[in-house]
Design a protein around this ligand. Structure first.
Ligand code: SF4
Length: 361
């Protein structure tokens, strides 16, 4: 039996491709969904996971592009889990799908990105205001245990007050989790250069600061881009950041077994045809430092016991990590808070996470 207790399944189909999107997904390939699901089911069965695991996360792409019938076929072969998350896009939801999802998932993550139709146009995101309103009402009515909304900031000429309005729109709903990402111009996307006006660190920091102020009565920041009520944190992501092992099934899905990370081919047909995964091999010490750096994105950071519980094939002694951090902290004053039994980044340190991570890895 497999030892993985966290499962990620990638559904790489979308109705249309958003201009900023760097996730692997394809639009207009609905003809491949049935064959893709067959392959997924074979892989899930072959993984021999325990009947009950810690987390299941279905992401994409657009998992809710699957028809009710397809969802009904996929769900029974998923392991039970304390947390089962599915990502959803407003334009693909209807009462029948929501009822299936509410019966089988404890957590729904709704990709809105912006409540402003003009900003969604800049993002090349094909979703009507009606679809957003309907999706919000359907999810609200279904009463999932946990509900996340995704938003993007720094779009075009978006001002701080426009961002505040977006946050208020999201907070009008009984969500217990909010993910806010700065718009970034990734390679191989169609995003126009003038769609992104954030002057990087300083402006991002202003928007993040405003986010914390606007939502602080209900949600607190627990990772650079994520905010939650106590108990509303995404357990799947926390496990990944804490160096727990996870299995990814589907095109472009990533897995980690405590030693190596590997990615399935980012190609639907290659995945259906069983192409082999690409393995990212790192020396054990480098892998441990990489895992250590990733979790410094969380507000809590590490302590000696959470570091011991990371499921690494070969770890590094906690005292060595403290010594290494002490050297980096001296070079970058004010960015790292640490003691004999804890290491975390300060608020300002998280704004410069990539620099600290670069020093560690
Ligand atoms: S819906 Fe999501 S995954 Fe699909 S193209 Fe848009 S951002 Fe990418």
């Amino acid at each position: 039996m497999s030892s993985f207790r966290n499962l990620y399944i990638h559904i790489p189909f979308c109705r249309s491709k958003c201009d900023y999107c760097a996730f692997y997904s394809e639009a207009g390939r609905e003809d491949l969904i049935a064959a893709y699901l067959c392959r997924l089911k074979e892989d899930i069965v072959a993984a021999e996971l325990p009947d009950v695991i810690d987390t299941v996360y279905i992401g994409g792409g657009t998992p809710t592009l699957l028809s009710p019938q397809m969802l009904r076929e996929l769900i029974p072969i998923l392991p039970q889990a304390e947390e089962r998350t599915i990502e959803a896009n407003p334009e693909t939801l209807n009462p029948e799908k929501i009822s299936i999802l509410a019966d089988n998932f404890s957590r729904i993550s709704l990709g809105i990105q912006s409540f402003d139709p003009q900003l969604r146009r800049i993002l090349g995101r094909d979703c009507s205001q009606n679809a957003i309103e309907n999706a919000l009402k359907l999810i609200d009515h279904a009463q999932f245990r946990h509900w996340n909304i995704d938003l993007i900031y720094g779009i075009g000429t978006q001002t701080l007050s426009a961002w505040e309005w977006e946050l208020e729109q999201a907070m009008n709903w009984p969500i217990d989790h909010l993910s806010c990402y700065a718009l970034t111009r990734e390679e191989n996307t169609r995003l126009a250069p003038d769609a992104q006006t954030l002057d990087h660190e300083e402006r991002e920091a202003d928007m993040a600061e405003l986010t914390r102020e606007v939502i602080h009565r209900r949600l607190t920041q627990y990772e650079i881009s994520n905010y939650a009520c106590p108990g509303g944190e995404c357990r799947h992501n926390l496990n990944v950041w804490h160096g727990k092992r996870y299995l990814g099934i589907g095109a472009a899905a990533a897995s980690f077994d405590g030693k190596d990370r590997w990615n399935q081919a980012a190609d639907i047909e290659a995945y259906i045809n069983n192409c082999s995964a690409e393995i990212d091999i790192l020396a054990p010490g480098e892998r441990a430092r990489e895992v250590f750096a990733v979790n410094l994105r969380t507000v809590e950071g590490w302590n000696s016991s959470s570091w011991r519980e990371a499921e690494l094939a070969v770890s590094i002694d906690w005292t060595q990590m403290v010594e290494k951090i002490a050297i980096i902290a001296e070079k970058y004053p004010g960015l790292i808070d640490y003691g004999a039994d804890f290491i975390r980044l300060t608020q300002r340190g998280r704004d410069f996470w990539d620099i600290i991570a670069g020093e560690l890895i």
